[in-house]
Design a protein around this ligand. Structure first.
Ligand code: IMP
Ligand code: MG
Length: 180
């Protein structure tokens, strides 16, 4: 285990097994539909790479880059689009692929933004959900959730703290001494 971590929450095997299940479910639900997987950079990049290989139906991919946390651990509440999609989403079935749902502000912003561009449908797929952290008045409906986790700051498998730890192959709880 990386020395900056308090404990491992999800092993490589835990993640791989769940991602395979999610891919199979998505493949069943979107059979015969024009599916566009939209990965929210940078945190979802590893999840997206694994998930798309577990999807057995034709699927296009695109990327959206946003920032909401700055360099720290708490949300600033402001979502900034750093890179937009490279294509029109009109008439397509969009599945937004995100690493973690925390306050919900990032996903509710993205869902409203893309929902306004006339897709055929729009749903959310998040690897992790911390429901205890949801901001007041923010409701985000996720069609696919990998794991519901406790209120702890986690890193690895794409998730960062100040741009570090994204390359860890598992998900662990960051030791609070790293940000206190
Ligand atoms: P929200 O807008 O508060 O839901 O935050 C969503 C974004 O915050 C995610 O896409 C992550 O980039 C980041 N985030 C939230 N919680 C964590 C965490 O525990 N570890 C790493 N990043 C997190
Ligand atoms: Mg982040």
């Amino acid at each position: 285990m990386h020395p900056d971590l308090e404990r491992i929450l999800l092993t490589e095997n835990d993640i791989a097994a769940r991602v395979r299940e999610m891919g199979a479910e998505i493949s069943r639900d979107y059979e015969g539909k024009e599916l566009l997987l939209v990965s929210v950079l940078k945190g979802s990049v590893i999840f997206m790479a694994d998930l798309m290989r577990s999807v057995s139906i034709p699927a296009a991919i695109d990327f959206l880059a946003v920032s909401s946390y700055g360099m720290g651990e708490k949300t600033s509440g402001v979502v900034k689009i750093n890179m937009d999609l490279g294509q029109s989403v009109e008439g397509k079935h969009l599945l937004i692929v995100e690493d973690i749902l925390d306050s919900g502000m990032t996903l509710s912003y993205i869902r409203d933004l893309l929902g306004g561009r006339s897709p055929a449908s729009i749903q959310i797929c998040t690897l992790l959900d911390k429901p205890e952290r949801r901001a007041k008045g923010v409701a985000v409906d996720c069609r696919y959730t990998g794991f519901v986790i406790p209120d702890a700051f986690v890193v690895g498998y794409g998730l960062d703290f100040a741009e570090k730890y994204r390359n860890l192959p598992y998900i662990g709880v960051l030791s609070p001494r790293m940000y206190c």
